[in-house]
Design a protein around this ligand. Structure first.
Ligand SMILES: Cc1cc2nc3c(=O)[nH]c(=O)nc-3n(C[C@H](O)[C@H](O)[C@H](O)COP(=O)(O)O)c2cc1C
Length: 403
């Protein structure tokens, strides 16, 4: 079973993660991790901080001569902005002219944080609830992603909409109907999306979105949106219906929903399926060259909590950023009087970054279920187990059911 934890505050010295449980002999480089960290920082509509940071992960343990050695992998990502926050984020002594944050922002973790943890400074809530932490998640997710790629599983994503501006082509539906041809691998969809400053597949949509982001920047507002995450090359059999907490769809939803500001997750046709007839929704089973195939993939690659071999297709919704330059009403906790909400440097939208983080979270959860199913202390052993299952499972069905 793989696991990881992250540590670090948004303006603290660094973010850290410890990743445990990957088999030995998996090739991985810091360049690979840094490549995905950079993708997370992209996207039109982010704050100026993205220009300061340029994240890179230092590998502190677990990898030797470019390969995992089975021991815990620890990664450190320095916060370049920390030097500007030495007083505010001091570990030991408190500066005299230090100013507390006292006005909670609606929609952020500010008020719940001070209430729950009995803080006397909202800064303590802000620092850990910030999406800066997702940088460590992308680093951890990159190891999972590299592991999956070894077995031909590729993950990709694109932004479907920002501020309600959708593409003219319904890419999501085309994916579900097997009509959007994902050349070779899910990663190709990301290659395409990464060429757009807002990670969309449609150029006319990109222009409209950029105009809208510029407009909200001026008016002091923010935007949310929807994004699609996919995984191709999936084997049958990840996840289980034997116990509720082993279901793959449930675990994917949890991991995607855990990303800051994500408020909705759909697997396959999700909410739309509720309005359709069963005959329109369920993916008919066909046999083609002695293999099963499906005309459609409305199930998003999962039936009964188990991967069915089709691409995993997920749609998620991110709410608008909650720090607004045009402030909402709030209360100053030092006077308990009604005031305008506090503003600090912030993104106007972060849907493109969110879609990249979702790739990492999906990679993590798939790698976890892959290792639960196939196990192995070295990648070679995992490979043997995987190949045996892939080779024999269809024959076993044939033999078992033969009259
Ligand atoms: C990539 C990314 C960047 C974000 N940037 C900001 C930001 O600059 N300002 C902000 O107020 N919220 C930002 N958020 C959202 C907050 O982190 C989030 O709303 C907050 O942690 C409260 O959690 P919740 O929205 O999940 O309830 C960002 C989220 C993501 C995924």
């Amino acid at each position: 079973m793989i696991r990881f934890l992250t540590a670090g505050e948004s303006h603290g010295k660094a973010l850290a993660t410890i990743i445990e449980g990957f088999p030995s002999n998996l090739p991985i480089t810091s360049d690979y991790i840094n490549f995905h960290l950079k993708r997370r920082q992209s996207g039109f509509g982010r704050s100026a901080r993205m220009k300061i940071e340029a994240d890179t992960a230092q590998i502190l343990s677990g990898i030797r001569f470019g390969k995992t050695i089975g021991s815990p992998i620890s990664l450190l990502i320095e916060n370049k902005d920390w030097v500007n926050w030495l007083d505010v984020m001091a570990v030991d002594k408190k500066s005299n002219d230090f100013k507390k944050a006292t006005i909670p922002r609606p929609g952020h973790a500010d008020l719940v944080g001070v209430t729950k943890y009995n803080f006397d400074d909202i800064r303590n809530s802000i620092e850990r609830s910030s999406a800066r932490e997702t940088s460590a998640r992308v680093a951890a997710g990159s190891i999972a992603r590299k592991f999956l790629e070894h077995f031909g599983i590729f993950i990709g994503s694109f932004v479907e909409s920002i501020g309600g501006i959708y593409p003219t082509k319904d890419y999501f539906n085309q994916l579900l109907q097997n009509k959007y041809v994902i050349e070779k691998s899910g990663w190709n969809i990301s290659i395409k999306a990464d060429k757009s400053s807002v990670r969309v597949l449609d150029q006319s949509q990109e222009k409209k979105i950029i105009n809208k982001i510029n407009a909200v920047k001026k008016s002091g507002d923010t935007l949310g949106g929807t994004f699609i995450t996919i995984a191709t090359g999936m084997p049958v059999g990840l996840g289980s219906f034997m116990q509720f907490d082993r279901k793959l769809d449930a675990d994917i939803s949890f991991h995607i929903m855990s990303i800051n500001a994500v408020k909705g997750v759909e697997i396959g046709s999700g909410f739309n399926s509720a309005e359709q007839l069963g005959s329109q929704v369920h993916d008919e089973i066909l046999i083609n060259k002695k293999e099963f195939s499906r005309k459609s993939n409305n199930a998003g690659g999962i039936e009964g909590g188990v991967s069915n071999g089709l691409p995993i297709i997920i749609r998620a919704a991110m709410k608008p950023i909650s720090t607004l330059a045009k402030p909402l009403n709030s209360v100053d906790l030092s006077s308990m009087k009604k005031v305008s909400s506090r503003y600090e440097r912030s993104d106007f939208t972060a849907v493109p970054a969110c879609s990249v983080i979702a790739e990492s979270m999906l990679a993590w959860v798939l790698a976890k279920h892959f290792l639960i199913k196939f196990g192995g202390d070295s990648i070679d052993e995992t490979e043997d187990n995987f190949n045996t299952f892939a080779k024999k499972s269809m024959n076993r069905i044939r033999k078992g059911f033969k009259k």
